[in-house]
Write a protein that binds this ligand. Structure first.
Ligand code: PSU
Ligand code: MN
Length: 307
């Protein structure tokens, strides 16, 4: 089996059965600009520790899978001058073979977290079914991973660059529960609202943990998606966001941007168009998610200890 290189902190947490929260690295290398990316990655880890859980940021450095990063690793991942590939499920073998640096998406992070027995993972937004997927077939590998891999992913909802309705249908067909934390309406990343309902509402991390425990001890394999709305003060106006997204998606067509380049391009476009406001919102919502994920992790570990 391929070796997973755990930091001392993560190794200790695994041995002592402490609550761990996984963090992805695509958000660092391809989701946020420098230097906010480095600061955010470090701040997320601090936040999780302050909540009483252990952070495990996951990435591939020089072809080595790392669970829990050193400062040096974070520097490599956040430096725009580094060559860091965006790694989803299909890209893992090649980056190990070429001994390159890889930033793991939600899908790849889930795979590695599950292999280490890490049950909870915090991120900003997940990939989903893209607008126009009926002809482009652009459906993020994140969704497939949620179908089969036993990790609870805490996010701020799929973002409006996706087709939210189709994303929800896909998850329903494939048996992935979608939970709304203190909301009946699916949050849509930069906005608290989407006009889409039909999610399972829970008020507390404890209830979410109880749900996860029942699912996995059944056992019913697969992930659980927890959606946590952005705070009211950081929300961006839905109309404005939709307008920027429309512009960005038109640009992807005229510039012939395809495949895994689409999401980073759109995020970057919206950052520029919003004069950095979207980045501030993005940072705030990931921190919010790290906090909730820590609370859930603590409760989930209690549940699984009881068994
Ligand atoms: N959403 C964000 N920021 C991100 C991503 C999504 O707000 O950085 C990243 C995540 O790593 C996610 C990936 O797993 O984009 C999805 O990419 P794609 O749509 O190409 O599957
Ligand atoms: Mn895609």
């Amino acid at each position: 089996m391929t070796k997973m290189n755990c930091s001392q902190e993560v190794l200790h947490a695994i041995q002592k059965n402490k609550p761990i929260v996984a963090l992805e690295s695509t958000i660092i290398s391809h989701g946020l600009p420098f230097p906010e990316n480095y600061d955010t990655a470090a701040a997320l880890e601090t936040q999780i520790r302050e909540q009483g859980a252990v952070p495990a940021t996951i990435a591939i450095i020089n072809g080595q899978i790392k669970v829990g990063l050193e400062k040096e690793d974070l520097k490599i991942l956040s430096d725009p001058a580094s060559k860091v590939e965006k790694i989803s499920r299909r890209d893992i073998p090649l980056i190990l073979q070429t001994k390159g640096h890889g930033a793991t998406t939600v899908a790849a992070t889930m795979i590695i977290a599950a292999k280490m027995g890490i049950k909870v993972f915090a991120t900003g937004g997940i990939g989903g079914v893209h607008q126009g997927a009926e002809t482009s077939f652009d459906i993020s590998a994140d969704l497939q991973e949620l179908v089969k891999t036993n990790v609870c992913v805490v996010c701020a909802g799929p973002k409006a660059i996706l087709d939210l309705k189709l994303t929800m249908e896909y998850l329903e067909t494939n048996g992935v529960p979608v939970i709304g934390y203190q909301t009946k309406e699916l949050p849509a990343f930069w906005s608290r609202t989407s006009g889409i309902y039909g999610i399972q509402t829970f008020q507390t991390a404890k209830e979410i943990a109880a749900f996860i425990h029942i699912k996995w001890q059944f056992p019913l394999d697969g992930g659980v998606l927890v959606t946590n709305p952005i705070s009211i003060s950081e929300e961006l106006p839905e109309k404005q966001v939709k307008h920027w997204i429309k512009e960005a998606l038109q640009k992807t067509k005229s510039k012939n941007i395809i495949g895994k380049e689409i999401t980073p391009f759109v995020l970057d476009y919206i950052n520029t168009a919003s004069q950095g406001k979207s980045v501030n919102s993005n940072i705030s919502l990931v921190k919010n998610n790290a906090k909730l994920a820590s609370e859930i992790a603590i409760e989930v570990y209690k549940k699984f200890k009881d068994v």
